[in-house]
Design a protein around this ligand. Structure first.
Ligand code: NAD
Length: 538
């Protein structure tokens, strides 16, 4: 078993470019939090990472790490492309039953799922904190997002509507139908190991689809726990639990899913580099993709805003989740007359941020998810200096004291010029690049002048600034906020971004339509055959 673990470790790490393994194969995290794992049906070893109605796994055994100390938490028997193949078949069978259920009845099943998640909110939130490394309130908050979207989908189950369109022909009716596409393949990123699946799963199910989920290889335990909860809810309604399949594994499973025609919708959340390739593959087979890729989010501080409000918002947006949210504020664009005052306040706020174990009370910044992320942090700061920028607070990897075995870094602010190359790219770590502007037009141009287009925010009390910001010459992002930070989106709105963020939309508003086949139906009840456009054909 150990040889297999070691062999498979190198395979998976090579496939996903993960951090090297810790030499200590210590499972004390498991023992310390045994009640959490037991509540969620997880074991130290032999956790099967594939579910297609039965639990199995024919791939390598992969350890999951605690980013606080890089100890192994538990081991997962992951899946292969062969497992994926079977999962697609099983989901298709189950979906034939599911799609026939009246939509409000689908809603009842979603309600059972919602209640099951509420029951498991605490242990599941804690598992997210343990495996991903975000602080406990954020781990719980993420499970809450899944609960919220299930409630939203329950509401949709009474409201999914198509249009009735006036027909130009006498004795004809025209209407739109929205039917399921079939199977939604979901590939998710490490940083939201519950919510991203939740957003997709809830909306895919209410619209009559089944799902196959390929989670990030470093958050397999969370995905197993979630799948167990959902499967139990399906069973309670005598429905085939294979409707929501899981195949853990590396990029080989992900790329096989992207290429598979049976993933009628492929919802991919992850980096722009991988998403760009996934998007091409899905387009090449004329599948439908929803791409939720990297961001490079800016927050503009004007000279007429409430600076206290802005300071609190910036701290949460830049330091929360240790900078590992797609919507983290990465660029702070400040009107030059208030720059010094704001930075002084931010410095004080940064000094009070407690970095530490995400399960400890009072900790606001947990570890980075992997050792590789620590290298990304170091490289980004090196480049800031190389390109003529300076570090104004933070800037160090924590290598001494009780945190020295984990992936801890100091939340950091830099002073840069907006055109510096390091500022153009997303580094998925807690580094906030600060810069100044003179005019509003200049600030908006800086906001828009990057390849990514996910989230953006302005702090102002001037109504004309607000309307310019949300108008045609304003922010070019998918999320455009005023007096709130760039992160922390609500599930009721459509979530996603433009340009290299991929253009996808998930969650609320009319995002559900992407999971559907739209039918334009014209029904002739006239008994004659009048043709459209007034054509007389013989
Ligand atoms: P990643 O791109 O490394 O991995 C994402 C997923 O893709 C994982 O499940 C991975 O195993 C899989 N994968 C890797 N190679 C693949 C391939 N060739 N084909 C198919 N799948 C493959 O991203 P990550 O490091 O897990 O997550 C961080 C990134 O995700 C950041 O860029 C962040 O901005 C982005 N993100 C975006 C959103 C959004 O909604 N826009 C949300 C969360 C995260």
């Amino acid at each position: 078993m150990i040889t297999q673990i070691l062999r498979s470790r190198s395979l998976i790490h090579a496939a996903n470019k993960l951090a090297p393994l810790s030499s200590a194969r210590c499972l004390s995290t498991f023992d310390k939090h045994r009640s959490v794992f037991e509540a969620l049906g997880l074991d130290k070893t032999n956790n099967k990472g594939v579910f297609d109605g039965d639990w199995k796994g024919s791939g390598p055994v992969v350890p999951s790490y605690n980013p606080v100390n890089n100890e192994v938490i538990a081991e997962v028997i992951t899946g292969t492309t062969g497992d994926l193949n079977v999962a697609f078949e099983k989901v298709a069978e189950a979906q034939k039953i599911w799609r026939e259920l009246p939509v409000p009845k689908r809603g009842h099943v979603l309600l059972t799922m919602r209640n099951a998640l509420v029951e498991n909110l605490q242990p599941l939130g804690k598992l997210v904190a343990l495996e991903m490394g975000k602080i406990l309130p954020e781990g719980i908050g993420e499970v809450q997002e899944y609960i919220d979207i299930l409630e939203y989908a329950l509401g949709l189950s009474r409201m999914l509507q198509g249009s009735v369109i006036p027909s130009e022909r006498p004795g004809h009716a025209m209407l739109e139908t929205w039917n399921p596409l079939g199977t939604v393949g979901i590939i998710s990123a490490f940083n939201f190991p519950v919510a991203v699946y939740g957003w997709n799963c809830a909306i895919a199910l209410v619209t009559g689809n089944g799902t196959v989920w390929k989670p990030a290889p470093t958050t397999s335990l969370v995905s197993i726990a979630v799948t167990r909860i959902i499967a139990k809810a399906l069973k309670e309604h005598d429905l085939p639990p294979s409707l929501c399949a899981l195949v853990t594994g590396g990029s080989d499973v992900g790329s096989a899913m992207a290429a598979d025609k049976r993933a009628h919708v492929l919802s991919f959340t992850g980096s722009t580099n991988v998403g760009r390739e996934v998007g091409k593959v899905v387009q090449g087979r004329f599948g439908r993709s929803i791409l939720e890729l990297g961001g490079n989010n800016a927050l503009i501080v004007t000279d007429d805003c409430d600076l206290d409000l802005a300071t609190r918002a910036i701290l949460f947006a830049a330091v929360g989740t240790a900078g590992q949210r797609c919507t983290t504020t990465r660029r702070l664009i400040v009107q030059e007359s208030v720059y010094d005052t704001l930075i002084e306040r931010l410095k004080k706020a940064y000094q009070q941020v407690k970095v530490g174990d995400p399960l400890d009370q009072g900790v606001l910044c947990g570890p980075l998810h992997t050792k590789e992320a620590v290298e990304i942090y170091k490289t980004a700061l090196h480049r800031v200096k190389q390109e003529g920028g300076e570090i104004i607070i933070g800037g160090k990897v924590i290598e001494d004291g009780p945190l020295k075995h984990g992936n801890f870094v100091e939340p950091t602010m830099t002073r840069v010029r907006p055109d510096m190359e390091v500022v153009q790219n997303e580094s998925f770590v807690p580094i906030l690049h600060t810069m100044t502007y003179k005019t509003l037009d200049e600030a908006i141009a800086i906001n828009n002048n990057v390849a990514q287009g996910l989230s953006s925010s302005i702090f102002t009390s001037n109504p004309s600034t607000i309307f310019k910001w949300i108008g045609p010459s304003g922010s070019d992002c998918g999320i455009i906020n005023v007096n709130i930070p760039t992160n922390g989106a609500e599930i009721g709105g459509a979530f996603g971004g433009e340009k290299e963020t991929g253009g996808g939309r998930e969650s609320g508003s009319d995002s559900w339509k992407q999971y559907c086949r739209r039918g334009t139906c014209t029904i002739n009840y006239s008994g004659t055959l009048p043709l459209a456009q007034g054509i007389n054909f013989g």
